[in-house]
Design a protein around this ligand. Structure first.
Ligand code: SF4
Length: 337
């Protein structure tokens, strides 16, 4: 692979080696005027990740391809200085989505070579064949029904995919790699040096978070939501895929406190794998369309499934998120009186 390929896929091991071999000191990247464009592009990567996604950049010659490649470590350092869980997830997702668009343009052989960087052995003819363990490792995070292993043809431990579906698997592998390698350890002095770049990112992040504030549910007392539901709601509104158990917990909680089904379906619209018909079916099912209306899971179940986030003082005195909500509502009313 050459620098043009690495500029497209800067998270590859080969790209890291290429950057290490470029003749400059890391310090210069963050201080020299010659690298200002690289720092700006790094900032732009992060800002676009918070916004509408990372747009493709043009790099017609080696110098501009190297600049594009170097903007990736700059972006990672900026994200690490801020060290916000939501930003890390959002950034990793945006880089992976941007890579997916480029993956779709690759030939079968190029795709196979890229997969090897992730230790995925792919066999190609018209379709792509991978071992089911590789499939599960990455398809697990995709919640659409057709991605379940039982809905795939499996022969001798192998799963056959279209090139497009395999690219989607690769997108997931890329997202996981980027997310799991963040934050990196950045010296405080370096973060201080990058303050002017970080200010814009902090501001954009604050605006973005306020857009998915639970304030929009005024009629159902958002101030009283337990921390686990605030966490799930923030992630859902930020376009992140929730695990199935958390999706169920959030949906049933919102239905139980009186939110209407349409509002909940809207909430999941920003999810990367949103399928309106399927979401509607699931929400209506939990709502009782088949005769049983579901109650949201207790704290014990939430803990078992790893869905209890941000436990606080009131959590010690309750055993159900709905009790948290009711008790908090009672406390707030009493305070007002
Ligand atoms: S203790 Fe219960 S209410 Fe509190 S965050 Fe955990 S699951 Fe939610």
């Amino acid at each position: 692979m050459d620098v043009f390929r690495f500029a497209c896929f800067p998270f590859l091991n080969g790209a890291v080696k290429y950057v290490e071999a470029v003749d400059f000191k890391l310090d210069e990247l963050f201080s020299e005027r010659a690298f200002e464009q690289v720092r700006q592009r790094g900032k732009e990567r992060v800002l676009s990740a918070i916004g509408e996604g990372i747009a493709k950049n043009e790099y017609p010659d080696t110098v501009s391809a190297e600049k594009e490649l170097l903007s990736y470590p700059v972006a990672r350092i900026l994200v690490s200085c801020i060290n916000d869980n939501y930003l890390i997830k959002r950034y990793a997702l945006a880089e992976a989505k941007s890579a997916y668009e480029k993956l779709k343009e690759l030939s079968g052989d190029e795709l196979k070579e890229l997969a090897e960087d992730f230790s995925i052995e792919a066999r190609l003819d018209e379709r792509v064949v991978i071992h089911f363990t590789d499939y599960i490792r990455y398809a697990n995070a995709i919640h659409e029904h057709r991605w379940k292993l039982v809905n795939r043809n499996m022969e001798h431990g192998n799963v056959t995919l279209t090139k497009e579906d395999f690219s989607r698997i690769m997108e997931e592998a890329i997202r996981k790699r980027i997310e799991s390698n963040l934050p990196v350890n950045v010296p405080t002095e370096l973060c201080e040096k990058l303050q002017s770049y970080l200010e814009d990112i902090h501001a954009a992040l604050k605006t973005r978070k306020s857009e998915f504030s639970i304030e929009e549910f005024r009629e159902i007392m958002p101030d009283c939501f337990p921390p686990c539901m605030v966490h799930a709601l923030s992630n859902a509104r930020a376009g992140m895929n929730l695990p199935h158990s958390m999706r169920f917990a959030l949906t049933s909680f919102l239905l139980n406190i009186g939110m209407d089904a349409e509002g909940i379906i809207d909430l999941f619209k920003v999810s990367p794998d949103f399928d309106e018909e399927r979401t509607r079916y699931q929400v209506m099912h939990i709502h009782g369309s088949t005769g049983t209306a579901y109650t949201s899971p207790s704290c014990a179940t939430m803990i078992t499934y790893g869905n209890c986030f941000g436990k606080e003082a009131l959590c010690e005195r309750i055993s159900h998120p709905l009790t948290y909500y009711r008790r908090k509502a009672w406390m707030l009313k009493k305070e007002k009186k």
